[in-house]
Design a protein around this ligand. Sequence first.
Ligand SMILES: Nc1ncnc2c1ncn2[C@@H]1O[C@H](COP(=O)(O)OP(=O)(O)OP(=O)(O)O)[C@@H](O)[C@H]1O
Length: 366
Amino acid sequence: MPGKKRVIVAMSGGVDSSVAAALLKEQGYEVIGVTMQIWQAGKEDEKAGGCCSLSAVNDARRVADKLGIPYYVMNFRSLFEEKVINYFTDEYMKGRTPNPCIACNRYVKFEAFLHKAKGLEADFIATGHYARINYDEERRRYLLRKAVDDHKDQTYALYSMTQDQLAQTLFPLGEYTKPQIRQKAAEIGLLVANKPDSQEICFVSDNNYKNFLMERVAPEEIKPGPFLNTKGERIGTHQGLPFYTVGQRKGLGLALGYPAYVLALDTKRNAVIIGTDEDVYQKALLARDNNFIAIGELKNPLEVEAKIRYGAEPAPAVISLQPDGRVLVEFKEAQRAITPGQAVVYYQGDLVVGGGTIDEVVFAAS
Ligand SMILES: Nc1ncnc2c1ncn2[C@@H]1O[C@H](COP(=O)(O)OP(=O)(O)OP(=O)(O)O)[C@@H](O)[C@H]1O
């Protein structure tokens, strides 16, 4: 009888990855649980019990005991620091708004962790992400699809996965809704069944990225500079580019007689560009570093629905390859606050066609 397939499950101590491990065990895999130490949590994080805290390791270990599976802790701290934390701070310093989960998935979970798992002779790795993978005979490609639970779908943060990575990854939760997963956790008596969902950025406490940046960057690197209107006129003084994001209205301290919004961060002039609500809506962007899961490469213009941030609805657009290798995304209708540094992910229904990083907004000539 051929041996069981071996799966290494990335266990964060949360309900999702705990149930992922349980489901795989039920399906007959040989399951091993691993928690990655990725960040030295401060006291505050410890209380909150985020994915990087000691309680995460304790929770994951207890779940592994309950399921009767071997469990290990692996240290990925220096890689996480380099590929996620440094990227996160650098991007803000360059006037862009990073997405650390995407960097973590790309370099830590589906590259380094997968590599380690292969070293342990695993056939697959698995996570508690809400997404689906299937092999398409006709296209001869692995495809990534949205999860059945639209609210929990995490494909936006997974668009950079390669064919090789998709072939060796299992997402056991993709066919379930979150309430079903919590119920399953309760049925099998997992203590983590009612644990709250993790906070937005696992290494930033209270969701306050500004404090986090201030702790990591020398104060003189964050310089005040001009607020400029769209005509290039100075209308005030800002506190430093990293403190602003595209679309922001609150906390600008400007009294212009109309609601003012951040349109762009201009690193060359160390300026924050300010405009009206109408100016914040734009119809096109250029994306770099694209990965086309479903089609390999983009040859001809393609109709898709493009999603410009984690919480945004995908919107109809046409994508086309430009001579400089970037992808032009032209929306049918203007989108609010297209933000450089965030990902743009291209869908056709529940299929992830691909995605890239928003490099620049193409402003309509006014
Ligand atoms: N520190 C970690 N060690 C191992 N795996 C992790 C870790 N952090 C996250 N993961 C894996 O990545 C998946 C997605 O991470 P995310 O932070 O989005 O967690 P989540 O959706 O809240 O899931 P969970 O309820 O399992 O924490 C998790 O389900 C888990 O498989």
